[in-house]
Design a protein around this ligand. Structure first.
Ligand code: URA
Length: 240
């Protein structure tokens, strides 16, 4: 249970007095009725809207972002611009962080949350949640590269989990790669072993959940409950 004015202030990243003002001006509805009091105690089942837009009263949020190039996967307060810095103001609440890291020049699906347990689940190599990427290569891949990826390659001293690799175009310079762990620069290093350079890299799917194609680079949206459950790692009571 949380006071309505505090919930709105946290969700919208505004002051408590600004939240009280919104309630007073009739912009806030609880379960389709105008909110009367800032000290109303919200439960997880209450549907709260501000200016017609739903804000969840749940503790945890899960955001899908189409990460642009030039932004790092970290929380706020870094020297460089982070994925949390570029969230729209009304989505920025405390303690958000990206569940997993894409390189600064990699684009695509980043999941941003404040749920540490969930992030651990989707990142743990033990859970084997597959991550799917499209990679643009400087030369064509051949059968020997595919076999090395799929056999669980040796990368330096480390034996990797089997990955999936297939060509997406006739020239065999656009590849679809599925990996189940997240080692530093993993895909670039896997191709480099075969003297192939990755020119562009985009993550297009986490588990069974594809990146929403309607999101432009830098755009994001909340992940819905059925989508979260499709990741197979979130108990019902933690869904948005
Ligand atoms: N592998 C890489 O090399 N870079 C990424 O950003 C993700 C996977």
């Amino acid at each position: 249970m949380q006071r309505l004015d505090k919930l709105i202030a946290d969700k919208l990243n505004i002051t408590r007095s600004a939240a009280k003002q919104l309630i007073k001006s009739g912009e806030v509805f609880v379960n389709a009725s105008p909110a009367k009091s800032p000290d109303y105690k919200c439960t997880d089942n209450d549907r709260i809207t501000v200016s017609g837009r739903e804000i969840s009263s749940n503790k945890f949020v899960y955001i899908m972002m189409n990460k642009p190039k030039g932004v790092i996967c970290a929380s706020e307060g870094e020297k460089e611009k982070t994925v949390v810095d570029i969230l729209p103001k009304d989505m920025k609440i405390k303690n958000l962080f990206p569940a997993g890291r894409l390189d600064k020049d990699t684009t695509g699906f980043v999941l941003i949350t404040n749920d540490g347990e969930f992030a651990h689940d989707i990142l743990s190599p033990k859970k084997h949640v597959p991550k799917t990427y499209l990679a643009l290569l400087d030369k064509p891949l051949d059968k020997s590269v595919i076999m090395d990826f799929e056999g669980g390659m040796m990368l330096g001293e480390e034996k990797l989990l089997p990955a999936t690799l297939s060509a997406e175009n006739e020239e065999k310079t656009l590849a679809r790669v599925v990996i189940r762990q997240g080692i530093y620069h993993q895909i670039k290093r896997m191709f480099k072993k075969h003297k192939i350079e990755v020119l562009e890299l985009k993550r297009i799917k986490i588990g069974a959940l594809p990146l929403d194609e309607s999101l432009g680079e830098g755009e994001c949206r909340y992940i819905t409950s059925p989508e979260l459950l499709s990741l197979g790692t979130v108990p019902n009571d933690r869904a948005v």
